[in-house]
Write a protein that binds this ligand. Structure first.
Ligand code: GDP
Length: 300
C-alpha cells in the first residue's frame, strides 16, 4: 500500500498525484475532495466531467468504504474510461469515392502541429500499403508548402503545391485531381490556420471543402489541437466546429503534457471522437487513440 502510494506520489502525473494525496490522508474531508477537483480541472477535464467524476468517486468511496489504493485506482480508472468512452468509433474513414481517392482535410490553428500530423499520417498509411498524395493548401506562408514537401520527401509521397498567395481551394482541387489521375488511395490536404476572423476562416475552409467536393467526397475532416494549450484548444475546437463538419480530432503534443483531460471536453463539445494522438516530432510519433491506453497513461 505504501509502495503504491509512493509510486503514485512520485509520478509526475497530476491525476495520479492527486489520487495519492487523497489516499494518504486519514480522513477524507471536503478539503481533500476540493483539492482533487482542482487537480482534475487543472488537467483540462472541464467542469462538467470533473464534477461527474468526483461525485462518482465520492459515492464509490462512501458506499463501498474504499480505502485500498489499488481498488481506489481501479475505480478512478473505470470512471475515466467511462468518461473518455471506449464505445466511440475512432477509425478513420478512408473509403475511396468510386475511382477518386479518399480525401482527408486537416484543419487547425497554425502551430498546433497540422503539417507534422499530415506527414506522420502519410507515413502510417504508406506503411499500411496505401498510396498517398499530399496537397499544400496553406498558401499564405511560403514556408508552409516547403515544410509539407519536405515531409512528403521524407515519407516518399508526392506533394502538390503552388506559389505563395495561390487560391487554397484551387490547390486542394488540383491535389485531388492529380491524386485521382495517379489512382492513389488517399489525398491528405494541409490547410491554413489563420484565426484572424471567424468569417475569413469560414469562407476559406468552406470554399476548400466545396471546391474539393466538386471532384471527390471529403471523407475525413481532422481538427488538430495542441494538448498543451488547454482552454485555448477548446475555444479553437468551438470555432472550427462551427465552420466545418469536423469528423475527428487529432490531439498533438501529448508527450509534453499531462493535460489530456481535454479529450473528454472536446469530444463532448464537438460530438466527435479523438481519433489520433501526436506523441512527438518524429515521423513515427502518431498513434491511434486508445481509451484504455490513454487512461492508463493519465493515471501513471
Ligand atoms: P502547423 O503550423 O499547425 O502546421 O504546425 P507544425 O506541424 O509546423 O508544428 C508546429 C511545431 O510543433 C513543430 O515544431 C512540430 O515539430 C511540433 N509538433 C507537432 N506535433 C507534435 C507532437 O505531437 N509532439 C511534439 N512534442 N511536438 C509536435
Amino acid at each position: 500500500m505504501a509502495r503504491l502510494r509512493r509510486r503514485l506520489a512520485s509520478s509526475n502525473n497530476a491525476l495520479a498525484r492527486a489520487l495519492a494525496d487523497l489516499l494518504s490522508v486519514d480522513q477524507l474531508d471536503e478539503d481533500t475532495w476540493d483539492d482533487f477537483e482542482a487537480t482534475l480541472i487543472a488537467s483540462d477535464l472541464g467542469v462538467g466531467p470533473t464534477t461527474e467524476l468526483t461525485e462518482a468517486l465520492r459515492r464509490d468511496f462512501a458506499v463501498d468504504g474504499v480505502s485500498d489504493p489499488a481498488q481506489a485506482k481501479g475505480i478512478l480508472r473505470d470512471e475515466l474510461v467511462r468518461l473518455v468512452d471506449p464505445t466511440l468509433d475512432r477509425t478513420l474513414n478512408l473509403e475511396k469515392d468510386g475511382d477518386n481517392p479518399a480525401v482527408v482535410l486537416v484543419v487547425g490553428v497554425n502551430g498546433t502541429g497540422k503539417t507534422t500530423t499530415v506527414g506522420k499520417l502519410a507515413r502510417v498509411l504508406v506503411a499500411e500499403g496505401k498510396t498517398v498524395m499530399l496537397g499544400a493548401a496553406d498558401t499564405f506562408r511560403a514556408a508552409a508548402a516547403e515544410q509539407l514537401a519536405t515531409w512528403g520527401e521524407r515519407v516518399g509521397v508526392e506533394t502538390v503545391r503552388s506559389h505563395e498567395g495561390a487560391d487554397p481551394a484551387s490547390v486542394a482541387f488540383d491535389a485531388v485531381a492529380k491524386g485521382a489521375e495517379a489512382g492513389v488511395d488517399v489525398v491528405i490536404i494541409d490547410t491554413a490556420g489563420r484565426l484572424h476572423t471567424k468569417t475569413g476562416l469560414m469562407d476559406e475552409l468552406g470554399k476548400v471543402k466545396r471546391v474539393v467536393e466538386k471532384k471527390a467526397k471529403v471523407s475525413e475532416v481532422l481538427l488538430v489541437l495542441d494538448a498543451t494549450t488547454g482552454q485555448n484548444g477548446m475555444t479553437q475546437a468551438r470555432i472550427f466546429g462551427e465552420v466545418v463538419d469536423v469528423t475527428g480530432v487529432v490531439l498533438t503534443k501529448l508527450d509534453g503534457s499531462a493535460k489530456g483531460g481535454i479529450v473528454v471536453q472536446v469530444q463532448r463539445e464537438l460530438g466527435v471522437p479523438v481519433k489520433l494522438i501526436g506523441l512527438g516530432e518524429g515521423v513515427d510519433d502518431l498513434a491511434p487513440f486508445d481509451t484504455h491506453g490513454f487512461v492508463a497513461g493519465i493515471l501513471g
